[in-house]
Structures are given as structure tokens and as C-alpha cells.
Design a protein around this ligand. Structure first.
Ligand SMILES: CC(C)=CCC/C(C)=C/CC/C(C)=C/CC/C(C)=C/CC/C(C)=C/CC/C(C)=C/CC/C(C)=C/COP(=O)(O)OP(=O)(O)O
Ligand code: 1GP
Ligand code: MG
Length: 228
């Protein structure tokens, strides 16, 4: 599955803390997207995560958990994505929570299913930026340098440019994409229709579509056209 993930072009991110009726979930899972990512930056619990996983498991597509809280880790996902917020001002969000989770789960950890994401959080107004005390006042070159820390110094498999809630600066995304040698570039934030999906897909390896699923499902489904 880790190898397969590298080829994903489009992913829907579902938030266990938000309501999605069966009909909408069916449309999302049958849309032709490459995978479902389950996660959010607040209100994620073991109960709402297992509930969403069991609903998504009616479908054949890959389903991965993006871990934001160790209490909400649920067995049975295809992969576990472990964020490290590289531009956090607090080391707890870079390595601290991860260290605590490894200490707690120990030999239970299925290492072959873990994929580390070098997150660069860029929308100052987002919950995730505030939660992690992310330093978002970066010039494009500063963002590229964080991406190179992930790619070249840390050999992380993924760089995640996270503009959650707002559409990002595509020139910055392009600049990062051009400099990455090995890491997969995931872009997320403010994709709301086919046009924004196409633009973001042109300058990244994988696009993630989140909020619009809950705001305008028809438009969310259009974004899948980039992988059709
Ligand atoms: C048997 C079994 C399955 C055992 C468990 C084995 C396992 C998988 C162990 C994992 C070990 C490990 C290293 C865990 C890490 C634990 C942890 C809490 C790490 C911290 C992760 C982190 C930096 C979180 C900060 C928030 C963040 C980056 C979340 C990612 C998701 C995200 C940005 C969602 C966007 O959220 P949204 O709701 O849209 O919010 P906005 O309002 O900001 O838009
Ligand atoms: O919710 P949106 O703004 O689409 O962002 C997607 C994803 O990157 C959030 O973690
Ligand atoms: Mg969201």
C-alpha cells in the first residue's frame, strides 16, 4: 500500500467530527478518487473514527488514518499517516506527541504501515495552525527550505503543504514541487471545484479535498475529474 500511495493523485479527506449521510458518503467513495483519508485537527475520537472507518469499509478503495491524537488511533486502516509539523514553534508537534505515542504503543506498532508526513502549515487562521503554533509568515524560499529539510535532511516520504481552509499560493507550491527530489508532494487547502483542483494538481503530486465535501458535494465530486 505504501508503494501504491505514491501514485495517488486525488484523495478525499473525511473528518470524523463532521456529519456525512450515507448517500453523500456513497457518492464520495464511488467517485473515482484514489483513496479516503480520515482525520481532522479537533474533535476526533476513537468512537467517531471507528464509526467512519466501518462505513468506508463497505467500499473497495484504500482508507488511511491521519493521526492527530493518540487516543483516536483505530486498528484496521490500510496505513497510518503520522504528521510532523516542521514549522511549529513547539517541538511537541514536531516529535513530542510522536515520541509519547511510540512509548505508549511500543511493540504493538505495525511499523510497515506507518508513513511520516513533513507538514508545512501555511494558513494562519486554521485550527491546525493555531493548535500547533505554526510559524506561517514564510516567504516562498522559506517554505521551499522547510520542504528540503523534509526531503533531503530527514528523508521523509511526504511533504504536505497544508493551507487547510484557504486556497494556497500556487507559485509557492510549484517552487516546492520543483525542488523535491524524492518526497511526494501533497497539497491540501481550499480546493473547491474542478478549476482549483486542476491548478493544484498541476503543481503537486497529490491533492487533498476536504471541507467542500461538507459544503457543496456536487462541486467536491467535480474535483475528481483531474484523475479521470
Ligand atoms: C494496534 C494499533 C493500530 C496501534 C497503533 C499503532 C500506531 C498507528 C501508532 C502510531 C504512533 C505514532 C507515532 C503516533 C503519532 C501520535 C500523534 C498524536 C502525533 C501528532 C500529530 C500532529 C502533529 C498533529 C497536529 C495536527 C495535525 C497536523 C493534524 C493533521 C490533520 C489535519 C491538519 C487536519 C485538518 O484539520 P481540519 O479539521 O480540516 O482543521 P482546520 O480547521 O485546521 O481546517
Ligand atoms: O479542507 P480543505 O481546505 O479542502 O483542506 C484539505 C486538507 O488539506 C485539510 O487537512
Ligand atoms: Mg477540515
Amino acid at each position: 500500500m505504501k508503494e501504491m500511495m505514491k501514485s495517488w493523485r486525488h484523495v478525499f479527506k473525511l473528518d470524523p467530527d463532521r456529519e456525512l449521510d450515507d448517500r453523500s458518503l456513497d457518492a464520495v467513495c464511488m467517485s473515482g478518487t484514489d483513496a479516503i483519508m480520515v482525520g481532522g485537527s479537533s474533535g476526533v475520537t476513537y468512537e467517531n473514527t471507528i464509526d467512519l472507518l466501518s462505513r468506508v469499509r463497505h467500499y473497495e478503495l484504500p482508507c488511511v488514518q491521519e493521526v492527530s491524537d493518540m487516543e483516536s488511533i483505530v486498528p484496521g486502516f490500510d496505513l497510518y499517516l503520522i504528521p510532523m509539523v516542521l514549522n511549529s514553534s513547539n517541538p511537541a508537534w514536531i516529535v513530542g506527541h510522536q515520541q509519547q505515542a511510540i512509548e505508549r504503543f511500543g511493540y504493538l506498532i505495525p511499523w510497515e504501515l506507518l508513513v511520516t508526513e513533513g507538514y508545512i502549515v501555511l494558513n494562519a487562521d486554521s485550527t491546525v495552525a493555531q493548535l500547533t503554533d505554526a510559524y506561517t509568515e514564510l516567504e516562498p524560499l522559506g517554505v521551499v527550505a522547510y520542504a528540503q529539510v523534509a526531503d533531503k535532511l530527514m528523508s521523509l516520504p511526504i511533504v504536505y503543504l497544508e493551507y487547510s481552509g484557504t486556497y494556497g499560493d500556487m507559485e509557492t507550491v510549484r517552487a516546492v514541487h520543483e525542488e523535491l527530489e524524492d518526497a511526494q508532494l501533497i497539497y491540501g487547502g481550499g480546493i473547491k471545484d474542478l478549476h482549483t483542483a486542476q491548478q493544484a494538481a498541476a503543481v503537486s503530486d497529490t491533492i487533498v479535498v476536504g471541507n467542500i465535501i461538507y459544503e457543496n458535494l456536487e462541486q467536491a465530486l467535480q474535483t475528481v475529474q483531474v484523475v479521470k
